[in-house]
Design a protein around this ligand. Structure first.
Ligand code: COA
Ligand code: AMP
Length: 637
């Protein structure tokens, strides 16, 4: 009953529990107030504590004797580079760059956008901002300039830190033209633009306010600035239901406490261990478990600039695990599916010894049972699906391996993690019994580490998360729990989809599709994809009198989404239809379209305006061989 008793304590005696956990991190001023409510009625953790997460990740580790231990391993099959950086060296490089930022007048409360590939300077930039109290906002390098521009206009950064290029397989993707294009689109103009030169002189840095990253790494070093626990550490934009991304805010003290707790209790990772999250610094997984979590715990973290396959082959992950003695590995199910597709028999694993590996953690999307079983069989270690989101910052469901290695169930994201009081609630707000699918909510207060609000947008925070179920945080996911208390997360209940573990908004895609002059109306839905989990498909009704063919419109819309959101959206198909299926009140039946495409059983809603249109859609999907269409189990009500 170790898990049960610890979990109960985290819910029933939350202040005592989190006060004890906060003692895992170094404070300049220890918090006396553990949990409080601010003037907007939002919960806050450790309001009077002062700390600095960059100090906790670096200086404090060195004080404990870890200066010569490797803090960060950079492994890049695409740049053909490997580098091991000790805590001493990382601290120096961070403190020097922090000083460089300060020399530009950047300091506490300023925002800084980081648009970088997976190189050590990305980590250094984040830690340097945190050190001087500047709020970083990392934008995933796979996003197009339009996405970057929206984030610039919302975060209003004083500086952008970027690099000459990212590398996708064998292709260089120059970043400066993307930054320049974003700045042409953005209204807000940051005073400083800093570029890491991956090859000397790659970018022409001639304009006022443009700097070479290395020239800002002076010999002078900056000390960590004491921050209030509740001061913002970063803003991380994530997709919502509209075209405008949501700026998730994270604080210093609550986040550090939660991450330190999770490293030990969820991941069973300890000082000296090698921890590898094969994600990207542009996502929350990268923030929490490439950068801050492992360093806070005194681990060695791996920064891998490559893919699970084709860099150079499907044995890449196994090579990294064996080469560096990775103890805890975290990736997305998509990555495992990509490996399984190319190397079903795991022949590429046999040259490597993976004896260091203790666990494989999976998140980002639901892990289908087939992937779960395959990974467990080939790796012979516990495979743990765990569920969380940008908003939570750390896992909400999982098996807490550092507490009690309880059994896992294939297809389930596990049990509630300490601090999260997870509930399943019906659309009208009633709690549901085991086996009944409903909205997944968390009873307030959320534990430390979760979003305190959205960046300069309390109203959207309340409207999007707090207003549907009184006293609960709405996660946006649907699911159920079984008689043993295991939860099953079945997918989003809103317009958010997960493509290769990348969170994207079909609402945003629909808004973009609507800008095409030939489009009268459209519905973009996420359909099941064997490799990527989901991918978007658009159904379009064309304006009368337009001459475009389906092929032509498809090409134009595919280019539009690629140009505005990025190739990662994997938007490939547009279907012309005469009408969209709607209820009599005009609501588009997106869920029914998705069910048809996925070959799932569906019920024809009694409120449907014209059921015949569903047959047309089924026919069109079949004709184009899109989705897994089946007409079985269709019923009316
Ligand atoms: N910068 C620029 N472009 C990027 C990019 C980045 N960081 N990441 C992906 N892209 C591009 C790809 O090059 C590709 O472009 P293309 O259409 O010109 O070929 C497009 O976006 C689609 O990429 P993707 O869906 O990733 O397909 P892929 O064939 O390149 O790779 C996988 C497939 C499964 C190997 C890859 O998606 C993967 O590694 N997934 C795991 C992702 C992950 O770990 N997510 C977890 C976040 S927690
Ligand atoms: P992100 O904010 O990008 O981390 O995406 C969060 C969303 O991804 C969640 O709301 C879920 O829809 C989905 N997700 C993440 N992890 C899991 C998981 N283990 N099981 C099911 N869905 C998941």
């Amino acid at each position: 009953m170790v898990y049960q008793s610890l979990y109960r304590k985290s819910i029933d005696e939350k202040e005592k529990f989190w006060k004890e956990q906060s003692e895992r991190i170094p404070w300049f001023t220890e918090p006396q107030t553990i949990l409080s409510v601010n003037e907007q009625g939002f919960y806050r953790w450790f309001t009077d504590g002062r700390c600095n997460i960059s100090y906790a990740c670096l200086d404090w580790q060195i004080e404990q004797g870890r200066g010569s231990q490797v803090a960060l391993i950079y492994d890049s099959p695409v740049a053909n580079k490997k580098e091991k950086i000790s805590y001493d060296e990382l601290a120096t490089r961070v403190a020097r760059f922090a000083h460089g930022l300060q020399s530009l007048g950047i300091g506490k409360g300023d925002t800084v956008v980081v648009y970088m590939p997976m190189i050590p300077e990305a980590v250094i930039s984040m830690l340097a901002c945190a050190r001087i109290g500047a709020i970083h906002s990392v934008v995933f390098g796979g996003f197009a300039p339009h996405e970057l521009a929206m984030r610039i206009d919302d975060a209003k950064p004083v500086a952008i830190i970027s690099a000459s290029y990212g590398i996708e397989f064998d292709k260089k993707i120059p970043y400066k033209p993307l930054v320049d294009q974003a700045l042409r689109e953005a209204v807000h103009q940051p005073a400083h633009r800093i570029f890491v030169q991956r090859e000397p002189g790659y970018d022409k840095l001639e304009k006022k306010g443009e700097y070479d990253f290395d020239n800002l790494q002076t010999f002078e070093e900056s000390e960590a600035v004491p921050m209030l626990s509740t001061d913002p550490l970063y803003i991380l934009y994530t997709s919502g239901t509209t075209g405008k991304p949501k700026g998730i805010v994270r604080d210093h003290g609550g986040y550090a406490t939660a991450l330190a707790f999770s490293m030990k209790h969820v991941y069973d990772a300890h000082a000296g261990d090698v921890f590898w999250a094969a994600s990207d610094v542009g996502w929350v997984v990268g923030h929490s478990y490439i950068v801050y979590g492992p360093l806070l715990a005194g681990c060695t973290t791996v920064l891998y600039e490559g893919k699970p396959v084709r860099t150079p082959d499907a044995g890449a992950f196994w090579r990294v695990i064996s080469e560096y003695g990775v103890n805890v590995f975290f990736t997305a199910p998509t990555a495992i599916r990509a490996i399984r597709k190319e190397d079903h028999e795991a022949a590429l694993l046999s040259p490597y010894k993976l004896s260091s590996l203790r666990y494989l953690f999976l998140a980002g999307e639901r892990c289908d049972p087939a992937t779960f079983h395959w990974a467990r069989e080939i790796l012979q270690v516990p495979v743990i699906d765990h569920w969380w989101q940008t908003e939570s910052g750390w896992p909400m469901l999982g098996i807490m391996m550092g507490v009690e290695p309880l059994p896992v169930k294939a297809g389930s994201a596990g049990l509630p993690v300490c601090g999260f009081d997870i509930r399943i609630i019906s659309e009208d707000g009633a709690p549901l019994p085991p086996g009944r699918e409903g909205l997944v909510t968390v009873r307030l207060p959320l534990p430390p580490g979760c979003l305190p609000t959205l960046w300069k947008n309390d109203e959207r925070f309340i409207a999007g998360y707090l207003s549907q179920v009184e006293g609960h945080y709405l996660t946006g996911d649907g699911g159920y729990y079984d008689e043993d208390g295991y939860f099953f997360i079945m997918g989003r209940v809103d317009d958010v989809i997960n493509v290769s573990g990348h969170r994207l908004s079909t609402g945003e895609m629909e808004e973009l599709v609507a800008t095409h002059p030939a489009v009268a109306e459209s519905a973009v839905v996420g359909i099941a994809d064997e490799l990527r989990g989901q991918r978007p498909v658009a159904l379009v009704v064309m304006k009368d009198g337009r001459q475009e063919t389906e092929v032509q419109l498809e090409q134009e819309l595919v280019s539009l989404i690629r140009e505005k959101i990025g190739a990662v959206a994997f938007f490939r198909n547009v279907l012309l239809v005469k009408r969209l299926p709607k209820t009599r009140s005009g609501k588009i039946l997106r869920k029914t379209i998705r069910q048809i495409a996925d070959g799932d059983a569906y019920t024809i809603p009694s409120t449907i305006d014209d059921p015949v249109i569903l047959q047309e859609i089924t026919g069109r999907l079949k004709e184009r061989e899109i989705g897994r269409i089946g007409e079985k189990n269709v019923s009316g009500n």
